[in-house]
Design a binder for this molecule. Sequence first.
Ligand code: KG4
Ligand code: ZN
Length: 338
Amino acid sequence: MKILGIETSCDETAAAVVEDGREILSNVVASSAEMHAASGGVIPEKAARQQVKSILPVMTKALTDAEATIENINCLAVTAGPGLIGSLLVGVETAKTLSLLFKKPLIPVNHLVAHIYANWLSPKTPRFPALSLVVSGGHTDMVIMEGHGKLRWIGGTRDDAAGEAFDKTARLLGLPYPGGPQISKLSALFREKNPQVKLDLFPRPMVKEDNFDFSFSGLKTAIAREIGRMNHKNKARLAAEVEEAIVEVLVEKTIRAVSVFEPKSLLLSGGVAANSRLREKFEEEIKDHNLEIDFFVPEPKLCTDNAVYIASYAFFNRPRVPWEKIEARDELTIMGQL
Ligand code: KG4
Ligand code: ZN
């Protein structure tokens, strides 16, 4: 079964053709991030306009790259939410139009759950029950998956998402949007040159609390204070400190969830999962704790927004929804039903 996935929830316009949920026939992503770099964050109105410009060229390229036509695609899938409403509407209304014209079934997709399916693109297959940590730009959630479509939320952030913490602190350091990759680069440089330096300047919020929740908003205040004190002198050091604080909390609480719920697989996903220190620390901790678990993390380009996992999610979860009933849902949560 060939599925054309469409993703327009934020500043990426993406389309992909995936066969049987696991074989990538094409993967096209156009980003307007550069346009937002100077402003330090996405400007929703500008992002939506760019979505309108990009959607048809991106979709056409995805079909051409896959040597497919819309007629020989079996099914369409589109991100219905969450995201920026103006951006979401572009993908949703385009997909509905195609569904109506070409009489193809259309599957509405929860973007947050779909992120997890980037892990089904690896050669190994995740086993259930799986514990999943989704760390994206706007959300940080931990869920237990008993099977496809059988999710139980166990915790998440009470304020900022991990991605937001990276982006906000990057802005304070004068680094362009999106801040995560910038902080990651600076931090790697610092750690390489100063392997002996202990990175414990910032607090690890909620790390010892007996729950699976997070809080990252305080980091912004802490870093603002530190920047004032250090007079902008050592950006790389601050980047490394912030990264280590975020990574340590994410890893420590997730590893604790592994020992409580004893899942067979651990699935990392979302844009922040592209962070190399986070990936490395998970590997280290799993080894140190002798955890018998299959650890999955998608290759970095499948962690950040794309339409491959949208199509993959659609293959494994096929809610039958007539196109007339599909709507853009900017407020959707990871447990939200479509
Ligand atoms: O999942 P995603 O691509 O978009 C959303 O659904 O939100 O996540 C974007 C987030 C941004 O906050 C970005 O700074 C962060 O992922 N990010 C990273 C890295 N690459 C992307 N954060 C830390 N290190 C990275 N290498
Ligand atoms: Zn995303």
